[in-house]
Design a protein around this ligand. Structure first.
Ligand SMILES: [Zn+2]
Length: 186
């Protein structure tokens, strides 16, 4: 059984450290991806080590993820950078996000009832994921029900989610190079 408290993200955003106290998981259902608020939530979740995930419609798909598990996998900022790198038209996407930031109400108005059920199921499934599954992302095409299950790879040395770095900057490249040039060094 899941005990949950419902709080609108737009009003909770200024009181997140208190609201996240003793919380295990934050599930966000949004009518569109909201990069500004999601990033603010991500920052507080990392500070408090709280797992979180958002579900939102995007074009013809319903997206759930990435599942953010502080300490394992990427942060939301890594996801955004990866997303723009792989997007066919990043300039258009950035333009859209700027318009969304200017007008919080811009975009599709909510979920269809049937899609809300799917969104809820995706979030419940994500809440049950293990820490090691950080970065998992699910997408379902709302026209042909094609399902994508993938994982977001963290950006190297991300200031928010990087794991403890035991080497100096550049060391890992040198260490990889050494075996290749061993004969020259001998
Ligand atoms: Zn990151």
């Amino acid at each position: 059984m899941i005990g949950a408290r419902h709080v609108p993200l737009s009003s909770a955003i200024h009181d997140l450290p208190r609201l996240l106290l003793k919380q295990d998981f934050v599930a966000v259902a949004s009518f569109r991806r909201n990069d500004h608020e999601f990033d603010a939530l991500d920052q507080v979740c990392f500070a408090a080590s709280v797992r979180w995930c958002a579900v939102y419609p995007s074009e013809d798909r319903l997206v759930c993820g990435p599942f953010i598990a502080p300490g394992s996998g990427p942060c939301f900022r890594c996801f955004l950078r990866r997303y723009l790198c792989h997007h066919a038209a990043p300039e258009r996407e950035l333009c859209l996000q700027r318009a969304y930031k200017r007008d919080p109400n811009l975009g599709p108005r909510g979920f269809l009832a049937s899609v809300a059920w799917i969104a809820g199921s995706m979030l419940v499934a994500t809440a049950g994921m293990s820490q090691a599954e950080g970065g998992r992302l699910m997408e379902i095409n709302l026209f042909d029900a094609d399902f994508l299950h993938t994982s977001v790879v963290p950006i190297h040395n991300c200031s928010r989610c990087r794991h403890r770095v035991l080497t100096r900057n550049g060391d890992r490249f040198v260490n990889r190079l050494i075996p290749s040039i061993q004969s020259l060094l001998a």
